[in-house]
Design a binder for this molecule. Sequence first.
Ligand SMILES: [Ca+2]
Ligand SMILES: [Ca+2]
Ligand SMILES: [Ca+2]
Length: 218
Amino acid sequence: MNRTVSNSTSASRKAASKIAGALGLAVVLSLALALGVAAIARADVPDTRFCTADSDLVASPGGGFPYVVSLRDGANAPVANSTVVLDFTTAPGVSLCSDQDADADRRILMLTNGAGIATFYVKAGGATAGYVTIGTAIDVIRHAHFVTTDFDGNMTVDATDRTTLAGLVGGAGPAGDLDKNGVVNATDQALFEAHFGNNCTTTGAVPMTWGRVKSLFR
Ligand SMILES: [Ca+2]
Ligand SMILES: [Ca+2]
Ligand SMILES: [Ca+2]
């Protein structure tokens, strides 16, 4: 009887030892797998901790205002040829020109260049209480205020919009602050005039230097 018990105990110990060994191996394998995944994640996959995008997205029905998104990986190196998504589903009230959103899903996509940069010239108008969601194909980078020359969203930069902008002068934006410097003033009005009359079929205005803008409206 004692002998049987002793054998049984020994067998239990052996089994326990085997289980412990298997568990140890599983932990080691899990760690190795996790480290491997981490190593893969660092290279050429955008890491939102290092990606940048401006807090204000300025648009105009004719385009012309650059919005720059930079994708970088976990080692803070640029990620080329990777998708950037401007998602307007979180900004109800904004109208996009159909040539920029042919599938009408309220998302504009672009691939980054060799420097990891995607520069959008968003053609849109209207006003929203929401935000534009800026992201990679997977992650959210940030939410951005929507700013436009076309306040009433009739997709033409017109006299009605001019009156609205005049009413915003002296404020801090973001509405009306077309150069994103934190104040709505004559410089923004000059930028507005540079886009006056533009609509969705207008070729986007070439971004101008401030010197050029000033010389035009001197
Ligand atoms: Ca789309
Ligand atoms: Ca308008
Ligand atoms: Ca301004």
